[in-house]
Design a protein around this ligand. Structure first.
Ligand SMILES: NC(=O)c1ccc[n+]([C@@H]2O[C@H](COP(=O)([O-])OP(=O)(O)OC[C@H]3O[C@@H](n4cnc5c(N)ncnc54)[C@H](O)[C@@H]3O)[C@@H](O)[C@H]2O)c1
Length: 257
């Protein structure tokens, strides 16, 4: 097995958990960072542990500077390297509110996690990756950001979420540009409608929209659909690709007449 290490944020459940399982199958040792209590997601962590790799769970909040530093220190103590960062942790607004009524509190809640947390975790991990270059043979670190179809689609009842994901797309570009000189690639996946705890609360709405043909491929996406593409981006086959995004959305992005 390889001794490479992948850190996936928000991998306690949903898309992140699917990514962790797939990267474990690919042979990466896995670090899960999530705000959830370990005992509440032990079944999901066990699914990652089923693969023959080391799995480390670190309870932590990407918005907290202390948590971010703690994650780096724990990974370095245990593994001595970080090869992959998947910035997956994210939240929807607690309540969907029209942009004419939404609150600063909701704006800050969503953007603090999805955008600011992603930016500053990328910063601390990127600096650690840079410091490891030349010290580990065949070291080709990469970062994958999970943004959303909301990076470019208007949903006026959750504008703060759309803004946060558009921001994540700029985080992709900025870090791709800045880290290219070190050979660190940074790419992005834009999921469509994916069945997870985040979306199961709006299942009926999306069942109807998908049934009516909202997406050319008429089905929900699943965490595995995203995980397979993350796996490809981390395979080494995309070494001359950076600052790029891939829609994994059943064709939602196609403009149709
Ligand atoms: N489900 C979809 O349809 C969909 C579509 C597009 C994009 N996305 C994005 O994919 C990512 C994963 O979404 P999901 O559907 O699996 O959601 P989810 O709510 O099921 O999982 C998100 C995970 O992130 C964790 N998390 C939240 N805040 C955190 C923080 N501050 N620090 C660390 N961990 C934190 C949660 O505890 C949870 O385990 C999110 O960024 C989301 O915006 C989801």
């Amino acid at each position: 097995m390889s001794n490479k290490v992948a850190l996936i944020t928000g991998a306690g459940r949903g898309i992140g958990n699917g990514i962790a399982i797939k990267l474990a199958k690919d042979g990466f040792n896995i670090v899960i960072m999530d705000v959830l209590k370990e005992e509440d997601i032990s079944d999901n962590i066990d699914l990652v542990k089923d693969e023959d790799v080391e799995v480390l769970y670190i309870k932590g909040d990407i918005t907290s500077s202390d948590s971010r530093i703690n994650v780096v220190n724990k990974i370095m103590d245990k593994f001595g390297r970080i090869d992959v960062l998947v910035n997956n942790a994210g939240v929807a607004p607690r309540n969907r509110m029209d942009i004419l009524e939404t609150t600063e509190e909701s704006f800050d809640f969503v953007n603090n996690i999805n955008l600011k947390g992603t930016f500053f975790l990328s910063q601390v991990i990127a600096n650690k990756m840079i410091s490891l270059i030349g010290k580990i043979s065949d070291y080709k670190p990469t970062i994958v950001n999970i943004s959303s179809m909301s990076a470019y689609t208007s949903s006026v009842s959750r504008g703060e979420y759309c803004i946060s994901k558009a921001g994540v797309s700029m985080v992709t570009k900025l870090f791709a540009d800045r880290l290219a000189e070190y050979g660190i690639t940074v790419n992005e996946i834009r999921p469509g409608i994916i069945f997870t705890p985040m979306t199961e609360v709006v299942k009926d709405k999306y069942d109807k929209l998908i049934g009516e043909g909202l997406t050319p491929i008429k089905r929900w996406g699943y965490p595995e659909d995203i995980a397979k593409v993350v796996s490809s981006l981390c395979s080494g086959n995309f070494s001359f690709t950076t600052g790029e995004f891939i829609n994994v959305d059943g064709g939602f992005h196609i403009q149709r007449l």
